[in-house]
Write a protein that binds this ligand. Sequence first.
Ligand code: FBP
Length: 540
Amino acid sequence: IQPNNFHSLRTKYQPELPQLLQLEELDTKTETIQVNAQIREMFPFLCKEEVKAVTFQAANANENTIRAPLRIGCVLSGGQAAGGHNVIVGIYEQIKRRHPNSQLFGFLKGPIGIYSGKYEELKDDTINYFKNRGGFDMIQSGRHKIETEEQFKKSLQYCQSLKLDGLVVIGGDDSNTNACLLAEYFLKNNCQTSVVGCPKTIDGDLKNEFVEVSFGFDTACKTYSELIGNIMLDTVSSKKYYHFIRLMGRSASHIALECALLTRPTWAYIGEEVEKNKTSLIQIVTQLSDLIEKRYKQNKNHGVILVPEGLIEFIDEVKILIKEINTILAANKWESDQVFNNILTKLTPESSKLLQFLPRSISDQLLLDRDPHGNVQVAKIETEKLLIEMVKAELQRRKYAGKFSAISHYYGYEGRCAFPTKFDCDYCYSLGVNAAILIENKFTGVMSCIRDLHKNPSEWNAAGFPLVTMMDVETRKGKSVPVIKKALVDLDGPLFKFYQQNRDKWAFHDYYHPVGPIQFEGDQVPPFLINGKGFEFEEV
Ligand code: FBP
């Protein structure tokens, strides 16, 4: 692909590094963290001694320090998220600064590249081309899991034959769970390769007391918000369409909430609230129809409704239906054209009724194969179309006097590979530099964490937090397994509260706020998801 002018401009940008990570010499400071007993048992090698978090502080420069070249492998795992390339660029530039003979190897097409030994050495030309660029095309990604003994063994063999000091796994909750299992396996087998994770996912659900936000979230939300704002301007100009916009984000509604705060739509559903209130599909349709009728009385036949992709799984009766489908599909194998009829005979009467009530296109989407981690592929379920159809039918039933003309949109993949925002460029570069420093200091089974992200990049802090401290135990396929828990929208947190306080006003008075395209220069607003820290909510 020939770089265009914008690309050339962006590649010239040197990401800002926190002052701390610019220092020649760093001392590490460790602090013991408690890990629950069940997790300690599952990771006996990582938890052999006290489990420690690491932070850094300035040390005196020592001219006599002799540094050896570092050899690091990296892998991009799971869905694309803007900024992934900069994590790799950060690792590369850091290890080259430490020693010019250091080497970086990219495992290709995700975790499968590790256990099948498919890799490429990354050099200046590749690194310079992909700097500050969206996509994962430098080494590609994949959703494979390292799960069988053979795959663990092969992963270890390839890391050993490459004499890797470290492996950086750039991924979401499932990929970092896998990284932790790999770190444990390497320790158990006396392999010297450290394993360090980096928090990636546009969904924003890899978030906890150690990780403030996952990278890619900021770019995705700002990309979608630009498009939502454009639609808002269009609809207040023509005043004739309701736009139902489904936003990506598999489970949690962080993206929908962030975009709602940025753009102030007519209405935004938040899946976690729907779950908490046990709102049924019919209730959602009734609420929307009431809203449309009320707006009609104000002479408004237009609007913008945000629908999180994960909404469908939060609706109580659909959640039960999906759970039943998952169990039945796990126990039976049918030809694809027989799945629908066969499954109806095995579902409970309520779920069977619901599956038949849903439009066939939607029920077929619910029956699709699960991804390798067992997730329903909500990206393929057209909830926005389902709502439009059901609202249309309800309004007809009510003999609605107004006009309901609705257009559906799905903003998903277009937000994952945009040119990363300045925030994601700097954040990812710092994550990569920090990962390399953690490896140089021989920490394993830790997540590279950059903190105080609401401040200017120069003031950010860096740390390594043990992955075992982020783990919970869940039952999957009848077995207790360790997993990094997904963070859902906090319904008591400042972001949701702000939306809740303002949404009725926004619903009837069109406070639309088109944000325009991502800006790379000037004042930057970090994602609100960082607990609204440093962000003053402005009453509107
Ligand atoms: P990750 O959690 O791996 O980052 O992926 C998130 C996501 O982008 C979801 O928002 C979306 O539902 C899903 O991936 C789509 O998956 P796929 O790329 O396999 O279609």
